[in-house]
Design a protein around this ligand. Structure first.
Ligand code: CUV
Ligand code: SF4
Length: 632
């Protein structure tokens, strides 16, 4: 085993030693087996889009082949590969959203899929200009709204409805630059078409089309995913939870839910709460049923129910290695295909549930909106029945867990801000005004959205935590989602006590508003919450969000979804810092377009910086320059 030092989180070391003892293979072994990664792929200059190829052009301009057989050069190949990542990422978030909307379309008062946030249902119905949004019968309205949302995926004309949430100045830029996204499926399809052999070759055009597709994720799929999940399962409110492998309980039936979509997770939670299931667990010798979460579905569950977070992306294998998980239940995205094999080393059952992500190796129980609760009950029963098969000799749960606060939706943040609205801020009630006030006053210097995955190209969680700690020290408030949020949870940054790590200004804000300096805003699709928050601030000031001292950061990203996200964040006027360099350096032209030229037409750009400390220095310069430009 190698790379112990690559793990910032102390829990990892013990886990990996145990894995070796148990004869379990982990990502570290497979990473070592990969040896040096391919330099062509790394630079983005390998093309296998057609069967004349694969072609690879020189990753270093001026050396070796400059064109593929069809004549595509590095610029074209890099741009096409990058665009395809955006298309894949957009499709993932958006297809997740579609399932949520389908569930709303299936909803009825008797449940289990039902409207749990009626106010939000009516608010969005009004926003989308449904007549009688405040008086229509709940389920008639829910079904009508769901149908409208489904049309956002395939409507033949027009752009995404949620774009109107942005200030006019930003909407004008989108119109001028032709990046206002149309139907989501159309954007993904047309980008796949553009990147087909012998289609688009102009790298700038490919980049722009990619950005528009990414925009259909952020302002389309992801935003629909977030808002409709809230309607169905409730808008998150601040609550306590706990994080890291220590939340796995040796005396309980442990069910790990991993993936993304709250539909499955919500039904499993419901099923596990039934008294018969709990009785059954007790009859098998367990104290009860302990559901723990991982990755984004973990974020969804913790925000709405306080379900404990077992860990982030990197820890999916470590969870199983504890030997105390009765069932790993997955839906879609970010699930290692290695898991079923690893589960066999222990008594753990691995259950995949989605046609879109069938993972062979153990068990498949298809989950559908029509039979969701029954499917979930079957899964829970299987886990409970598996409890007696646990091998006590193989159980070793690291005794590390950390209390955490989660659930800061935009609505919850505004509620907290309301608590400090007083006579001096008479007109700020129910708005983000107190937040913009402290930013404009310089009490806090700006805000950062820190998001994204883990990637062995960065020390596990180290980049996340370093960036966040350094920023709060410099009075920059952080909002976090995804695996970055879980890194923050494990490091204790999502606590009220974390204010001790802040600069004076942010310390005072945390104390007065009674919030942690790093706010858990949810899963990856919930980056749309961050987008909404920033746009509310910009709208209040009647300016383009590009002028605000805010940045987006993905210190350890790895997925295509992250590429889609980065595109819509930049497209929304927010500079985006990437701690892992995307596979584009083989085209200096494309790299320059991303990191410089795009600024001229969109008002924001990408920054690549592997060193988190250097990154924070660059971010501070960026934020301070924005402040100067605003005259604040
Ligand atoms: Ni959707 S995309 S590893 S779970 S944040 Fe976590 Fe978040 Fe990346 Fe996946
Ligand atoms: Fe080679 Fe062109 Fe085919 Fe790509 S599209 S594999 S560069 S011939």
């Amino acid at each position: 085993m190698s790379n112990e030092v690559l793990n910032y989180d102390k829990v990892a070391e013990a886990s990996l030693v145990k894995a070796q003892r148990d004869g379990a293979e982990t990502m570290w072994d497979r990473r070592a087996a990969q040896k040096t990664q391919c330099g062509f792929g790394e630079a983005g200059v390998c093309c296998r889009i057609c069967a004349m190829g694969p072609c690879r052009v020189s990753p270093v301009p001026g050396k070796g082949a400059e064109r593929g057989i069809c004549g595509a050069n590095a610029d074209t190949i890099v741009a096409r590969n990058f665009a395809r990542m955006v298309a894949a990422g957009t499709s993932a978030h958006s297809d997740h959203a579609r399932d949520i909307v389908h569930a709303l379309h299936h909803s009825k008062a008797e449940g289990p899929f039902k409207v749990r946030d009626e106010a939000k249902l009516r608010r969005i119905a009004a926003e989308w200009e449904i007549a009688d949004a405040d008086t229509k019968e709940t389920y008639a309205l829910a079904h009508e709204l769901a149908l409208m949302a489904l049309e956002e995926f395939g409507k033949p004309f027009g752009t995404q409805r949620f774009l109107k949430r942005a200030p006019q100045a930003r909407q004008d830029i989108w119109a001028r630059e032709d990046i206002a996204p149309r139907a989501i499926d159309q954007e993904v399809t047309t980008l796949m078409h553009s990147t087909h052999m012998g289609c688009a070759a102009d790298y700038e055009s490919l980049f722009r089309r990619g950005m528009r597709t990414g925009m259909s994720d952020g302002w389309g799929g992801s935003m629909i995913g977030t808002e409709f999940s809230d309607i169905l399962y409730g808008t998150p409110t601040a609550r306590a939870s706990s994080s890291n492998l220590g939340v796995i309980d040796a005396e309980m039936v442990n069910i790990l839910i991993h993936g993304h979509d709250p539909n499955l997770a919500e039904m499993v939670i419901l099923a596990a709460q039934s008294p018969e299931m709990v009785e059954m667990a007790k009859a098998k010798g367990a104290k009860g049923i302990n559901i723990v979460g991982m990755c984004c579905t973990g974020n969804e569950m913790t925000m709405r129910h306080g379900i404990k977070i077992a860990g982030n992306f990197y820890q999916q294998e470590m969870c199983i290695i504890t030997g105390a998980i009765e069932a790993v239940v997955v839906d879609v995205q970010c699930i290692f295909p290695a898991l079923p094999e690893l589960a066999k080393t222990y008594h753990t059952r691995f259950i995949s549930t989605s046609q879109k992500a069938k993972i062979a190796g153990d068990m498949y129980i298809e989950f559908s909106e029509a039979t969701g609760l029954d499917n979930a009950a079957e899964i829970v029963k299987l886990a409970v029945e598996n409890f007696p098969n646990r091998d006590a000799a193989k159980v070793e749960i690291p005794d590390i867990k950390q209390d955490t606060m989660v659930g800061y939706s935009v609505e919850t943040i505004i509620q907290h801000l309301d608590a400090v609205v007083n006579s001096q801020l008479e007109d700020g009630l129910g708005t983000v005004k107190p937040l913009t006030d402290v930013i404009y006053a310089g009490v806090i210097r700006g805000a950062a959205g820190v998001v994204g995955c883990n990637n062995p190209k960065q020390q596990h969680d180290y980049a996340h935590i370093t960036v966040m700690e350094e920023l709060i020290k410099r009075d920059v408030i952080c909002v976090v989602t995804g695996c970055a949020a879980q890194a923050a949870a494990k490091a204790g940054l999502l606590t009220l006590e974390a204010k001790e790590k802040c600069g004076r200004g942010l310390f005072e804000v945390c104390e007065r508003v009674n919030i942690p300096p790093v706010l858990h805003m949810g899963s990856c699709v919930d980056i749309s919450r961050i987008l909404h928050l920033v746009n509310l601030c910009a709208d209040l000031k009647e300016i383009d969000p590009a002028l605000l001292p805010v940045v987006g950061i993905a210190p350890e990203w790895m997925s295509e979804k992250a590429v889609a996200i980065a595109n819509y964040v930049v497209g929304s006027g927010i500079n985006t810092y990437l701690g892992v360099i995307p596979q584009v350096l083989g085209s200096p032209n494309f790299t320059k377009l991303m990191t410089e030229d795009v600024q001229e037409f969109i008002g924001a750009h990408f920054v690549f910086e592997k060193d988190p400390i250097v990154m924070v220095d660059k971010i501070m310069e960026d934020l301070e320059a924005k402040r100067v430009a605003l005259g604040i």
